[in-house]
Design a protein around this ligand. Structure first.
Ligand SMILES: [Zn+2]
Length: 248
């Protein structure tokens, strides 16, 4: 349990830090971006929140419910098992929450054996498939509609893994605004990044780290966006355009 907890913590902590991959390397990984088709007007953004493992940041969950801010939540099988109360709140507000697939065990969707931030990838096409399908199965047994989107742990992929995930029937969810730096940023910087989102942006942050300062910043940033008159949509409510073959 100690090792598993540690691994999940590490994976979440490193997820979404800035990635520089070496060009020309056959094993190059991609970190795809995702945007909404801009609509003009007051502006429209999508909030996506990862629930990698661990617990629920009720500061964020309560703020979303109280302010009627819709969000797309990427949940793992691990998180679903341990957070029944939060899942119940999300299911009770289907107008606000869309639950999507963050994998069964929070293992990077990279189909060759390698380390990503020191963490072992799935390592084979079969293992990527198992991660994707076990995440979808966990969501199915938790009730509600079947997931349409997948986002892998660390948000890095091998291009061949993206192609496989698409064949399994899922779109792959990149992002355009890294809101909380893997939940490791302070409240002020997190709020600043989220509040700076523009029409068409897809924001990513985490909802599974209730003890981190970043969660407070997520709430502040979202309220600032709402104050400015931006509209929030879920990924399924908009036309989404990703690169690296993630949505087309
Ligand atoms: Zn994650």
């Amino acid at each position: 349990m100690g090792m598993t907890g540690l691994l999940q913590k590490s994976l979440c902590a490193i997820a979404l830090s800035l990635v520089v991959v070496s060009a020309g390397n056959a094993g190059t990984l991609v970190e795809p971006t995702l945007h909404l088709t801009p609509q003009g007007g007051g502006g429209r953004v999508a909030l996506t929140l990862d629930a990698c493992g661990g617990k629920t940041d009720t500061r964020i969950l309560s703020a979303l419910v109280e302010n009627k801010i819709p969000a797309t939540i990427f949940v793992t099988g691990i998180w679903l098992k341990r957070n029944a109360a939060a899942v119940g709140i999300m299911r009770a507000h289907p107008d606000l929450f869309e639950l999507e697939n963050h994998g069964g065990r929070h293992i990077p969707a990279v189909d060759t054996p390698r380390k990503i931030y020191g963490i072992s990838s799935a390592g084979s096409p079969d293992a990527v498939q198992a991660e994707v399908e076990s995440g979808a199965a966990a969501l199915a047994s938790a009730g509600g509609p079947p997931p349409k989107w997948f986002r892998g742990a660390t948000a890095e992929y091998s291009p061949s893994a993206i192609a496989m995930i698409r064949k399994l029937g899922f779109k792959v969810a990149g992002f355009s605004v890294n809101g909380d730096g893997g939940s490791l940023l302070g409240a002020t910087e997190t709020a600043r990044r989220i509040a700076a989102a523009k029409d068409g942006d897809v924001i990513i942050a985490h909802i599974n780290q209730p003890t981190h300062a970043a969660g407070e910043g997520v709430v502040q940033g979202l309220l600032a966006l709402k104050q400015k008159g931006l509209t929030f949509v879920r990924l399924d409510d908009a036309d989404d355009v990703g690169n690296d073959g993630t949505t087309d």
